[in-house]
Ligand binder design. Sequence first.
Ligand SMILES: O=C(O)CCC(=O)C(=O)O
Length: 354
Amino acid sequence: MASVEVSSLLVPSVVEMAKELSASIPGRYIRSDIERAVVPDGDQALEIPVIDMQKLVSGEPNNSEIEKLDFACKEWGIFQLLNHGVDSTLLENLKAEIAKFFKLPMEEKKKWWQTPGNAEGFGQAFVVSEDQKVDWGDLFYVLTHPLRLRNPRLIPTLASPLRETMERYTFDLNNLSTAMLGKIAEALHMKTEEMTVFVGEGRQTIRVNCYPPCELSDQVMGLTPHSDSTLITILLQLNDVDGLEIRKGGKWVQIQPLPDAFVINVGDILEIISNGRYYSIEHRVTVHPEKERLSFATFFGLGHDGELGPAPSLVSEQTPAKFTRVKVQEFYKGLFSRRLQGKAYIDTFRIQQD
Ligand SMILES: O=C(O)CCC(=O)C(=O)O
């Protein structure tokens, strides 16, 4: 069953293209509009807020970590998570096995390549026109939760031990995200069951990214500027090559995660549910001239049965609804029918305030 149906077009492998050192880079990858990133004071990458998961779930009265979480989601839309409880050996195995996975010969990778009308597998996302600029990277995108919607052609056919490692990692991250969303609901002073109703059976998808090096690194983009159409995204940088940048105060700034910290960002769905109290951060990925970058993004979204809109408990006369309501299924359908473009998609749901 095609579980993530899209109207996107198929594109060739950038990892394969990058191996042909003598080949010129097709115009489709070359961009003339890349805004330069700024270097923060003191030549340091930007320090984004750090949240400690153990403190967050400690159950202490007046837990100041909840206030830190609220501040991070409101003022930054992104933070790092330490003491997250995901086993460090599992993370090491994941890093090693994903690196091998992207190095498999193309003949083998073809088994898992995207097919027309389905976003899952190796390829690219949000390519809706032959004229559109495309990213300098390959992804592996899969729906991992709920189990009944999994594509039998993908995770079940991966070789051991990658398959078991992916299963375990996505299972652990599903638990982590559920716990995190509970704390986010608490920070928002939402009624607890409200978040649960929005989430329904939930949706977890993964996007594993490989950005090969490129000698014209300042003219290609690893991942186009966008905000995620998720509740939250949990990102693990898989090697020590940085490239993730966020738009902060109108400028692009590179961030540098602490080793084995998760980078968590607020997505558009959470911005809508929180009625604009939280902010989905715009981000992009730049390409290194000599080194390959690998990352693993885990997206948490809503089950497709319900409706999306500001949580009723967060709407009042003083805080009127800032977004229109939409059926979740319609929200996702609209998302996959367009190209990525900053925060343009969430903007279509905004209600103009007087
Ligand atoms: O590679 C990264 O660091 C970011 C990935 C990302 O934003 C995504 O997969 O949506």
